[in-house]
Design a protein around this ligand. Sequence first.
Ligand code: CUA
Length: 333
Amino acid sequence: MGGTGAERRRAGWRLAWPAGLALAACSGSQSALDPAGSEAERVAQLFWVMLIGTGVIWSLVIGAAVYAARVRPGPHDPAISRRLIHWGGIGLPVLALTALLAYGLQLMPELRAAGDGLKIEVSGEQWWWRVRYQTADGRSIVSANEIRLPAGERVELTLASPDVIHSLWIPNLAGKVDMIPGRVNRLVLEPTRTGNFRGVCAEFCGASHALMAFAVVVVTRPEFEQWLSQEAAAATGASSAELRRGAVLFEQVGCGGCHAIRGTAAAGTIGPDLTHLASRRTLAAGILPNEPAALRRWIAAADTIKPGVRMPSFGMLPAADLDAIVAYLASLE
Ligand code: CUA
């Protein structure tokens, strides 16, 4: 290799910064290498075993190549060469892959065994998530675009889709599982610590596939119970004239044809349930912060934020009407 020392250093940096970025991606709320669930822990363990194993094998192969090309060029003893091909080319791969398979298989049992408590039905829609909590005592609670889980418990998710294939993936908690029209898949999550995580759709499902995410909130059991009973309750009534005006406009404009707000006349099921919209962490399926300004932008121009979305944009409404609707929705704690 030619080049001055400075050129080589620059080349080194060019190689180093992607590695730095890759390492920086190993932690955080959407990383399979920062596990917060029992399945993700095993996936991460398997990843590190494979990384170290392939690193050792790569070093052996490159070492042999350097030896043959640089250290001892020229003809080698045919008997040794044959043995190297048999052991290095057949024996070692068979041993390594068999060991990896056995190791991988022993990580799998029990991962899919469900607990007998909470079940959550999740349906992939274009491009958001319909969520329904089925509790052991028979309650059925509808929500959207956010999954809350009690830490340290096994929760079974049933995954479905009415039209196209999606894939539900919460990297910190578990591997991904497809949501396929006409069948129901299962995924068992067992979060090992509390925290906020991010889930995504991991299967191309249309124009806004990349804009189909959701929040995952893992809390303690008492916090979960408290949240669930709040989520089960109907929306609190509008408490001021401005909020009442917003509620009336919400009906008049037709929002209730697609969205439900329990406790009001709005009972649509095409779009997400909005009964407790203000208590969620994000808007528009994980892509906007849940703030009034973002909510206003979303209502006024949903199609520019999420191309192909089924929700019409309401930018033609007078600004005061938009403000009233936003204020009303932002009050739905
Ligand atoms: Cu849903 Cu990609």
